[in-house]
Design a protein around this ligand. Sequence first.
Ligand code: GLA
Length: 373
Amino acid sequence: MRDEKFEFEVSAAGRVNLIGEHIDYCGGKVLPAALPMRNVVSVRRNGTNAIRLSWTDLPDRISLEIGKFEQYRDCKHAKYQAGCAHFWQEAGHKLVGCDLRFNCNIPFGSGLSSSAAIEVSTIAALAVAAGEPFDKKEVALVAQRAEHEFAGVKCGIMDQYVSACGKKGNAVLLDCKRIEHTYVPVLLGDCALVIANSNKPHSLVESRYNERRAETEEALARLREKTDITCLADLTPREFEQLSSALSGTILRRTRHVVYECERVRLAVEAMRAGDMDGFGALLNASHDSLRDLYEVTGRELDSLAAAARSHPGCLGSRMTGGGFGGCTVSLIRREAREDFEKFVTERYRRETGYVPSFYAADPADGITVREL
Ligand code: GLA
């Protein structure tokens, strides 16, 4: 298939979360940014009753019959697209037969939201093929539903939302309780954000993720016997300390992480606005430590990668980003130190774990884009 035969090119972004980890599904505010790495869908109407999928890097060709999407639930490569088409149609939108060709340059299973980018760009592509305008927030919500029901991950709204609504040069301060956002310009002075991929293959991510989510739900149910909150993020640190005797053990640790991570997001936005890079970096470190010690989603490789980053003199802070259990870190470094930083981290991390990391720039980009060809 040649490019010129397609009518549109629709894309959605991968994301890096700067801070606010594992709190989106607790109603917290999070601070992700869309990445230049993205999933690009080439689109053309085909005049049939099918959505035909192909990939630039896979030999598979899968044809999804419109209205019969349920049967593709277990289809490894097509379940995201099938779920998206299913729920988009269920939400009352028109679908037309079309060919969608996928080209994703977000590394899979790296915690940079390749699946959200695939989902969001699929829905936007379906709307474009049908000649209908779309609301980015609705696209994100339908994409999240597809992830829940067809991919089996009870994710929060962060990834799909920023993949759709990201804005160049900005982080998205997303209020996951109200599902609304403001943009925060990413102004880092003489610093830069660098993503490092641990290149540790994920394992059991879905089940461990869903387990964390269930733990926070249990904490909320117990706390609601004592106080009138609708989500864990409603608790201020002070209220939490007063109520914490209602919880114990693992559930108490998980809740402590959520409450203080919410507070760190607030402080991080203040630090960024004030140009306080040391303060911002310290919050990144505190976030990682809490995810390691209280939420227990880091693991040996991410801990080693963050520690290697922090021991470089040009680094102001480093933390895991995304769901955890493998994946990536994001570090705040002095711009001029970048080359030396990458060399240093590579050597140290490889010595400790045997894996070689990959590095990517984390310059905030746009969410959904549509281009007529
Ligand atoms: C995954 C989920 C998000 C969020 C992060 C952790 O990326 O998809 O909804 O919960 O983990 O912050």
